[in-house]
Design a protein around this ligand. Structure first.
Ligand SMILES: [Zn+2]
Length: 145
C-alpha cells in the first residue's frame, strides 16, 4: 500500500536532482561518499511494471549518476543494485566501491572485511548535482544527433 511505503512518503536521502518521473538522492554514508539512489517517483515494484520508454528514462538517470560518481570519486568499482526486498518501491543503488572499503569484495550488505576505511574525496551535494545534470544533458544531445 502506497501510504505504508517509506519511499512514497519520504525522499529516501538528501535530494540531489528530480524530474516528474524520478529522483536522485544521496545516502548519508561517509565511508562511501558518492552512494546515491535513483528512485522512481510512482509506487511500482519491478522494472517490468514500467513501459519501455520509462525503463530507458530511469536507466539513463542511473548511468548519469554512475558517470558523475566515477568523475567525483574515482572508485575502484561501481556497484549498481536493485533489490526492493525490504522496500518494494522501484529504486537503484549506485554505490562507489574501493578495494579497501569495509566490505570489499563483498557487497556492502555482506560480511564486513575490515574495520576502518580510508578518508575519501569530499564533494558537496551541489557539485555532484551539477555533474549529474551535465551528464544527463550530454546524453540528451547524443540522442538528438
Ligand atoms: Zn512507494
Amino acid at each position: 500500500m502506497a501510504s505504508a511505503c517509506v519511499l512514497c512518503s519520504e525522499p529516501g536521502g538528501r535530494l540531489l536532482w528530480q524530474s516528474a518521473h524520478c529522483r536522485v538522492v544521496r545516502v548519508d554514508e561517509p565511508a562511501l561518499p558518492g552512494f546515491c539512489r535513483v528512485i522512481w517517483n510512482h509506487h511500482v515494484a519491478e522494472m517490468t511494471d514500467l513501459d519501455v520508454a520509462s525503463r530507458q528514462l530511469l536507466m539513463r538517470v542511473v548511468f548519469a549518476v554512475e558517470a558523475a560518481v566515477r568523475q567525483c570519486f574515482s572508485p575502484d568499482k561501481v556497484n549498481l543494485a536493485s533489490f526492493g526486498n525490504v522496500v518494494p518501491h522501484l529504486h537503484w543503488h549506485v554505490i562507489p566501491r574501493w578495494r579497501d572499503d569495509r566490505h570489499f569484495p563483498e557487497p556492502i550488505w555482506g560480511r564486513q572485511q575490515r574495520e576502518s576505511t580510508p578518508a575519501r574525496a569530499i564533494v558537496e551535494d551541489a557539485a555532484l548535482t551539477a555533474i549529474i545534470t551535465a551528464e544527463l544533458a550530454r546524453e540528451e544531445n547524443r540522442h538528438e544527433q
